[in-house]
Design a protein around this ligand. Structure first.
Ligand SMILES: [Zn+2]
Length: 561
């Protein structure tokens, strides 16, 4: 998913309290020396090849995959990289596809035992993250847990004092202060934190030992309509294989429409609006509803294998410290045919451009000579199925995450010409901002506020798989203030892409593409990556950031704190 075209952001730099000599106050003093030229013909060639009909839209675990892998490996070899996985260019990514069927109504029995029955699709969607043939939830007690957040660093726990075993959590989407205008609430106000993401809700309910979890859909806090929920939860769901076959997950995860939640709470003698207001306050206590839920369905399970491609440029001074560049190579494959009958979603912008940037950055770094630290070039699979390739790498890192200083993810570069600004998705989360500010100054670029911080875009692409486990990651790109035509032209180009080409057969390459913006963007990524790779800083998340605790822990375990 590339949303590069619809965003922007203003960030306030906050100095993080000094931790220890090794990891505090990243200054990025090492100047980035001469910038090698961006090989635009190479970029065009890689994009043209990967987005050609011959590659059939690059769906993972299809015949097209081998062609994609061969192309990327050839480009990495030509750029002078070494195989990154113990002599191999590839990392296996074993996947599981689960398709639910025979889904029963969701039945909720009231105190007086009269059942309320809700229909799949119209009222609710559900699936299991456990790789089991049958899901059978019976008489599971419902508990309203507010926003379902356990944030020790904020002294906030909506599950405090509650044993969730055998029970079903009923959870609000987004975080408690999302209705604020500014960003200075406990959960960053209008900006969605990871605690607000539906994925977090299910993860935390599972950590609490819940049998099932139900997220209440509401269009504004969810940042999309029920149609998006219904379509993305219908059909096959993809997961990376795990040693325990997902048995640490709940038995069933579900979304319900808001009116369904209102009806359930009414049957419990409660009111959704009143409970929601209470849930916004620290110290909120979960509310057992005195109702039970039944839900059952079958699961068809299919295992498959896809691959990440890993290239390495060893560092000359501190080769056991790593900087990460990532971009997903996969796209949708064959999709709904357009009116011309074309059914290949070529994925030129999304994300042949990112893979082309990887190959070009590798070539630029070879020209510049090895950096102090090692640089890892990672083309990941299965981003379109939920950032699974990057998730798998982060869970099975070839290079230790605690030795990974930071990195840059590239998803959807824009063929719309040079820009005067950059946007940073996610806001000012870490000391990486110090380096970014230096690079902006050197490239005479300004910064534009992210237009939809409430949508939580930072949590929706591959950098997040690494950030979630503590690695500080950039998610930046050119803004919409184009040199030719200004903001109006930039916004029009974004709108045109989002409406007419995003995830459609028309996302195709053209020789008429203006590549000057992409070259500018690759230079930006080069300066950020090289700034990390030639320096000896260990940028950390800001003290209040949701990923600070896990980074401090992994650095401590690696003896870096
Ligand atoms: Zn993408």
């Amino acid at each position: 998913m590339s949303y590069r075209f619809v965003r922007g952001l203003r960030t306030a730099l906050c100095a993080s309290a000094a931790l220890s000599i090794l990891v505090s106050g990243a200054t990025f003093a090492a100047p980035v020396k001469k910038i090698p030229a961006v090989d635009v013909p190479l970029m065009r060639q890689v994009i043209k090849t990967l987005s050609s009909d011959e590659f059939e839209g690059r769906a993972p675990s299809t015949p097209a995959e081998q062609k994609v892998l061969d192309e990327i490996v050839a480009r990495f070899k030509a750029a002078g990289l070494q195989p990154g996985n113990k002599g191999s260019w590839l990392q296996d990514v074993p996947t599981v596809e689960i398709t639910a069927s025979n889904v029963s109504p969701m039945t909720v029995k009231g105190k007086d035992g009269t059942p309320m029955s809700f229909a799949i699709g119209k009222d609710f969607v559900a699936g299991s993250y456990r790789f089991v043939p049958q899901t059978r939830v019976k008489d599971s007690e419902l508990v309203f847990v507010g926003y379902g957040i356990n944030a020790p660093e904020l002294g906030w726990n909506d599950y405090a004092g509650l044993d969730m075993k055998g029970k079903t959590a009923v959870i609000l989407v987004n975080d408690p202060d999302y209705e604020m205008q500014g960003e200075d609430g406990p959960f960053k106000g209008r900006r969605m934190t990871y605690y607000g993401r539906w994925t977090y809700k299910f993860e935390e309910a599972a950590r609490q030992g819940a049998t099932a979890a139900i997220v209440i859909h509401d269009t504004f806090p969810a940042a999309y309509g029920w149609n998006v929920v219904e379509s993305s939860w219908t059909g096959a769901q993809y997961f990376v294989q795990s040693a325990n076959d997902g048995m640490d997950q709940t038995q069933a995860n579900a979304w319900v429409q808001k009116p369904v939640a209102e009806a359930i709470l009414k049957a419990a003698g409660q009111d959704l609006a009143t409970l929601t207001a209470a849930a916004k306050h620290k110290g909120f206590k979960p509310v057992p509803l005195g109702l039970t839920m039944d839900l059952s369905f079958d699961n068809t399970i299919r295992k498959a294998m896809s691959h990440n491609v890993v290239g390495l440029m060893p560092g000359k001074k501190r080769p056991d410290e790593y900087v990460l560049y990532s971009a997903h190579w996969d796209h949708l494959g064959r999709c709904a045919p357009d009116k011309t009958g074309d059914d290949i979603c070529n994925g030129a912008v999304d994300n042949a451009t990112g893979v082309a940037a990887l190959a070009t950055l590798a070539k630029m770094n070879r020209k510049a000579g090895p950096a102090a630290r090692s640089q890892v070039f990672l083309a990941v699979t299965l981003e379109e199925s939920g950032t699974l390739g990057s998730e798998y790498y982060a869970a099975n890192p070839i290079f230790p995450l605690a030795k990974t200083v930071g990195g840059v993810n590239m998803d959807g570069l824009s063929p719309t010409g040079r820009a005067r600004d950059v946007t940073v998705t996610g806001g000012d989360k870490s000391e990486l901002t110090t380096l970014l500010r230096k690079v902006e100054k050197d490239m005479h670029l300004s910064e534009t506020p992210e237009s939809h911080p409430e949508r939580g875009y930072y949590y929706r692409s591959d950098h997040f798989s690494f950030a979630k486990l503590g690695v500080p990651m950039f998610d930046v790109g050119l803004g919409e203030d184009l040199e030719k035509g200004g903001r109006a032209a930039g916004e029009a180009a974004s709108e045109d892409y989002t409406v007419n080409r995003y995830h459609q057969p028309s996302d195709e390459y053209s020789d008429s593409w203006d590549m000057t913006g992409m070259a500018q963007e690759v230079e930006l990524f080069y300066r950020l990556g090289r700034g990390l790779a030639d320096g000896n800083d260990w940028p950390n998340w800001h003290p209040t950031d949701e990923f600070r605790a896990i980074r401090d822990k992994s650095l401590a375990e690696a003896g870096k704190k």
